[in-house]
Each structure stands twice: as C-alpha cells, then as structure tokens.
Design a protein around this ligand. Structure first.
Ligand code: 13P
Length: 250
C-alpha cells in the first residue's frame, strides 16, 4: 500500500508571523488526519524555523529547490548537504514555475533530482503539460520526456526514494482543477511508463496530483487508483483548508 502524502508548496509566500500562525494551526489538527503523511515546503529562509516548529509532530519538511553542486562559488545557491544538516526530507525539483520562469531544462531538473539523492533527500519530481500542449494532444509525450530525462540519468530504481508530482500547468493557481478522470489518465500513464522498466518500482512510487487542489475536490482526486496524494499550492497557506485536504487522504 502506498501511503498518501500531502505536501504544501508555499512558493514565495510567508513571513515570520504568518508562519507561526500557520504552523500553530496545522499542529492543532495533525492528530485528526488519520494515516496521511504531511510535509510542508516553505521558502529557504524559513526552513530551519519551520523545521523547529514542526519538531516532534511527525510532519516532514522540504525545500522548493536544490543546487546541483555540493559547495563552492555558487552565489545564491543552497546545497543538499546544507539542507540535510537540518533534517530535510524532500526537495521539489522541476516545478513548472522554475521551468518556465528560470529556464530549468529537463537535463538541469534531472541533475537537481540526482543532487537531492546524493544528499539523502527525496526529490519530488514535478512533471506536467501546458494548456497549449494538452490542446495539441501531446500531454503524454511531454510528461514522458520529462520523466525520461530523470530515468536515463539516475535509473528507475532511484524512484524507490522519490516522489513524482503530476501538475498540469493549466491547473496551477487557476482554480481549474483536472477532474479525477483527467488526472487519473495521466497518473496511470506515468505508472505504466515506470512499469516498462520495473513493475516493482511502479507499484511503490507515489504519484501526487497538483493544481488547484482544495478541501472540496481533494477526496475525488485522492480516490483515484493512481493518485497517491497532492502537492498543494495556495490552499497550503490556510491551515484549516490544508488539514481538510490531508483528511481527504486518510
Ligand atoms: P495551486 O494549488 O495554487 O494551484 O498550486 C499548485 C502547485 O503549483 C503546487 O506545487
């Protein structure tokens, strides 16, 4: 059985005061969400304080990015070993915002995925098509290309220590969620792609859905056979809403 994971991607949101409120709200409800695994991914500058606040709660935390090199003259970067110093569990790699706004290519994303692994951190590999690509009928081609970049660099077994997040770009921050069936179709495709190389890895790898997940639509999505949780943007900034999503996974 794959344990449901609900991870909050705070993106570039938060403040010292807002984070205390949000984490306090989360802590109050974490006991009532059943077996769902919970993780939050705040901006880098807040990671260690959020990690301290979460200590002892069972909730994990992750970064939204990771450097490829391990140390050295790379101004503005943060390495896997630095993250690991604080007990980081996850690192989001290949989010569509980084691909689109910061020019991250499939190859760079694969190198970041590898860097996370080297540090003992589980990458959350984001894949997904734009609206134009969906309308052009090339959704699976795009997702396969994004996945292949990682599989050819790191091998299929690396997915034993990783999470995949399918995030259709047209559903991110738009309020337009993919329906359960639409998402399931791509999730099943991703699992079948992995199964071509290893049936065992395919059976175990968690594939999260991301894109306008809310308390009201989470249960429909998480009920799908190949959807193993969610990567949550906007709704992860509201403790009650995020907890509702977490409960939908139990
Ligand atoms: P929203 O939930 O705000 O649509 O964002 C999804 C996302 O990009 C999570 O990584």
């Amino acid at each position: 059985m794959r344990r449901v994971l609900v991870a909050g991607n705070w993106k570039m949101n938060g403040s010292k005061a807002a984070n205390v409120d949000l984490i306090t709200g989360l802590k109050a409800g974490l006991g009532d969400i059943g077996d769902t695994e919970v993780a939050v991914c705040p901006p880098f500058i807040y990671l260690s304080s959020v990690a301290e606040m979460l200590d002892g709660t069972g909730a994990a935390w992750g970064s939204q990015n990771i450097a490829v090199p391990e140390s050295g003259a790379y101004t503005g970067e943060t390495s896997g070993s630095m993250l690991n110093d604080f007990g980081c569990t996850y690192a989001i790699v290949g989010h569509s915002e980084r691909r689109a706004l910061y020019g991250e290519t499939d190859q760079l994303v694969a190198e970041k995925y590898a860097a996370a692994h080297r540090a003992g951190i589980q990458p959350i590999l984001c894949v997904g098509e734009t609206l134009e690509e969906r309308e052009g009928g090339i959704t699976t081609e795009v997702v396969a290309r994004q996945l292949d970049a990682v599989l050819s660099l790191e091998g299929v077994e690396s997915l034993n220590e990783a999470v995949i997040a399918y995030e259709p770009v047209w559903a991110i921050g738009t309020g337009k969620t993919a329906t359960g069936d639409q998402a399931q179709e791509v999730h099943a495709f991703i699992r079948s792609k992995v199964a071509e190389q290893s049936a065992d890895v395919a059976k175990g790898v968690r594939i999260l859905y991301g894109g306008s997940v809310k308390g009201a639509n989470a249960a429909e999505l998480f009920a799908m056979e190949d959807i193993d949780g969610g990567l949550i943007g906007g709704a992860s900034l509201d403790a009650a809403e995020f907890l509702k999503i977490c409960s939908a996974g139990s």
